[in-house]
Write a protein that binds this ligand. Sequence first.
Ligand code: TYC
Length: 102
Amino acid sequence: MAENTVITPKTTTKPKLERPKLYKVMLVNDDYTPRDFVTMVLKAVFRMSEETGHRVMMTAHRMGVAVVVVCTRDIAETKAKEAIDLAKEAGFPLMFTTEPEE
Ligand code: TYC
């Protein structure tokens, strides 16, 4: 008897895997940090090539800000802090900010 019993669940659970919200790390221009130092930080912290680092640095230099990377909030904040700390240690006012992507 029991072996012929078919159990049909009345409810189904749909796994809800929401995509994590993404954040931008922004590089902010200033008048004091040397260009080469900015490029070095972009290479060291964000694993950019010399060419990409230079291009992103020049974008911030000309436009005031540049998007460095788009990633999860956790990674964005950690990377921004790492980069700011490198600049602080060297005595430069170089700033990175994070903001949610629209
Ligand atoms: N503007 C700086 C200079 O002329 C270089 C610089 C570029 C600084 C980008 C910050 O995010 C920056 N020395």
